[in-house]
Design a protein around this ligand. Structure first.
Ligand code: PRP
Length: 223
């Protein structure tokens, strides 16, 4: 049996992904040791390998088959636009991709004026403004703390992730338009899906069952 390799996104999603893996009997103690500098971890019994990588790189590893499976946010999947199968919504890391800014920017958005949009997600912003809204905007790529941009006058609005909304609130900004609902997804390499169908399919089925049981326990089953 060959190894199946899983790429997990580093950061806030990693912990919940590992917990979710444990619930379908896939364990990897080593990966939980945060002091370790090791990059790749192995579960010999299940013939699985795991590695943690930057979220943005996960779709690349999966498209090229360096990882058979990946767990990554829908924001990254949309932004990277790689060729892969998105097979399951894991329901963790739920948040929204939004256009946000000061309330005064609402009018600019509604009237289709030429505005500047700061974002870490230029492809998502382009697709939204150009293809969906048919509005010409200037996209300014930033790498973090996006909320700063309208405050210091770099842009009129931002396209960014909103989870609790507290970063926006604490900076006098608000959600102006919602672009998409986001959460972590399981993605699979197109060739691996065929070659390792049985093992990958089992994983999808096991995860679906865990998620369904979770929904029922939360009282939201089937609704
Ligand atoms: C993300 C996002 C927002 C914030 C939203 O930033 O870009 O800034 O979280 O969360 P909230 O709605 O719960 O306040 P992150 O912390 O990942 O850092 P970044 O600013 O460097 O992108």
């Amino acid at each position: 049996m060959r190894y199946i390799t899983m790429a997990l996104a580093k950061g806030r999603l990693a912990h919940s992904t590992i917990e979710l893996l444990e619930r379908i009997g896939i364990t990897c103690e080593e990966i939980k040791d945060t002091s370790s500098r090791k990059l790749i971890f192995v579960n010999e019994e299940l013939k699985l390998k795991f590695f943690l990588a930057k979220a943005n790189d996960i779709p690349t590893y999966v498209e090229y088959g360096a990882a058979d499976i990946g767990v990554v946010g829908k924001d990254t999947i949309l932004e990277e636009g790689r060729k892969l199968y998105e097979v399951l919504d894991l329901g963790i890391g739920k948040c929204r991709m939004c256009v946000a800014g000061p309330s005064s920017a609402r009018e600019l958005l509604n009237h289709g004026g030429l505005i500047r949009v700061a974002t870490k997600y230029p492809n998502i912003a382009k697709d939204y403004f150009y293809n969906k809204k048919h509005q010409t905007v200037e996209i300014i790529k930033l790498n973090g703390s996006i909320e700063l941009a309208p405050i210091v006058g770099l842009s009129e609005v931002i396209v960014d992730i909103v989870e609790t909304g507290s970063t926006l609130r604490e900076n006098g900004l608000e959600v102006l338009e919602k672009i998409a609902s986001l959460s972590a997804r399981m993605v699979v390499n197109e060739v691996s899906m065929k070659m390792e169908h049985e093992r990958i399919h089992k994983m999808i089925t096991d995860w679906k069952e865990v998620l369904q049981n979770q929904k029922e326990a939360d009282g939201t089953g089937g609704r």
